[in-house]
Design a binder for this molecule. Structure first.
Ligand SMILES: [Zn+2]
Length: 83
């Protein structure tokens, strides 16, 4: 189970809602619902992996040398919205 990107806890657990399963973190973050616990964890990991990847790209972009260009700001704005 990947760490929660909102609070960094690694204690998120699979919870049940009727037939559906989802990963729930103590901070209130909740992964997509799935029919099996395995799939719920898979969704959680994919989603958080994606989130961490976007953060990495943003951090990488901020180290570039042309932070004032229009295209740069456009790209960072787009990525910020994806988070
Ligand atoms: Zn959390």
């Amino acid at each position: 189970m990947k760490a929660c990107p909102f609070c960094n806890r690694t204690t998120a657990q699979v919870e049940a809602d009727g037939e559906l399963r989802y990963v729930d973190c103590k901070c209130g973050a909740r992964g997509p619902s799935a029919r099996t616990p395995e799939k719920a964890v898979w969704y959680w990991n994919i989603h958080m992996g994606y989130y961490h990847e976007i953060n990495d790209i943003l951090n990488d972009l901020k180290s570039w040398s042309a932070p004032s260009s229009e295209s740069y700001r456009h790209l960072v704005g787009k990525l910020e919205k994806m988070k």
